[in-house]
Ligand binder design. Structure first.
Ligand code: IMP
Length: 199
């Protein structure tokens, strides 16, 4: 059985990405945890040195739990394109550069795709919940869909305007938060976490 998070406990959200923080807070919803962000505690953002989502999620959650002495939750996620062998994947944030320019990052995906006819793409989210004693629980969620060009919509963040989930006419950029939450990789990982770790 997974380690439980008891009602009323303080939980550090180990992310400095405002788009993710907003979604994670909404996903925690009515679960009785007292949420504080890593940024709010003045914790530094560790460098993501691992080659995969699980490794980086673990690294971020453990760094925050160790520094704060509190259970900490991190998400490592990314946008993966089949015709690019899964790129940008774990380096999705890096493709936006230091100015976090996701218009440029989406343009790069489009350029690198060139004339490829295979438009399959997916998002992955791995959530790591770490405790100060080093215990970690990991949960993964994935949503499949396809690349859309040109990008559409102003909702969400990151690559949302260039991704439509399977069976949907709208991109995540065109969906409101509730519609994205109905299928998203992060919501799917969260459903597993809530099921396993909340009594
Ligand atoms: P990291 O997990 O901090 O390495 O950053 C993940 C990056 O993947 C984000 O900065 C976004 O570019 C992208 N990403 C992850 N989840 C989403 C999403 O739900 N929508 C759009 N882009 C996402």
């Amino acid at each position: 059985m997974a380690r439980q998070l008891t009602p009323g406990s303080r939980l550090v959200l180990a992310s400095h990405n405002p788009g993710k923080l907003k979604e994670i807070i909404a996903l925690l919803g009515s679960h009785q945890v007292d949420v504080v962000s890593a940024g709010g505690l003045g914790l530094p953002e560790p460098e993501e040195t691992e080659p995969d989502f699980a490794g980086n999620a673990r690294l971020k959650a453990v760094a925050a739990a160790t520094a704060s002495g509190l259970p900490s939750l991190a998400d490592d996620s990314g946008f993966c394109v089949a015709a690019l062998d899964g790129a940008p994947g774990v380096v999705s944030a890096r493709w936006a550069g230091p100015n976090k320019d996701f218009g440029a990052a989406m343009g790069r995906v489009h350029r690198e795709l060139g004339t490829a006819t295979d438009k399959r793409a997916w998002f992955i989210s791995v959530l790591a919940l770490a405790w100060p004693d080093g215990h970690v629980e990991l949960f993964e969620g994935r949503i499949d869909g396809h690349v859309v060009w040109p990008p559409r919509g102003l909702h969400g963040f990151g690559y949302d305007p260039m991704f439509a989930p399977e069976g949907a006419a709208k991109t995540y950029g065109e969906m409101d938060a509730a519609d994205k939450k109905a299928t998203s990789h992060r919501a799917r990982a969260f459903a597993k976490l809530l099921d396993a770790c909340f009594t």
